[in-house]
Design a protein. Structure first.
Length: 75
């Protein structure tokens, strides 16, 4: 069984430290969709969803970007 990624916890720590700009920077370079979904669940569990609108927008945009089919793949 795979161990869960520590990335969502690190982003949550940035948000708890009241550093949404740092969290948004991390969200934009998220490792994958799985980690972003885990972050969404962690925000919901901590009842922090909606507290930072910019963070919610960054998560949504990153999910769309990572979920969209690639237009060009390098050989």
């Amino acid at each position: 069984m795979a161990t869960p990624s520590p990335w969502p916890g690190k982003v949550m720590a940035l948000l708890r430290a009241n550093n949404p700009a740092g969290a948004i920077a991390q969200i934009k370079v998220a490792p994958g969709v799985k980690e972003l979904r885990a972050l969404e669940k962690a925000l919901a569990a901590a009842q922090l969803t909606g507290k930072w609108k910019d963070v919610d927008v960054a998560i949504t945009e990153s999910l769309q970007a990572l979920s969209a089919p690639r237009l060009h793949r390098s050989p």
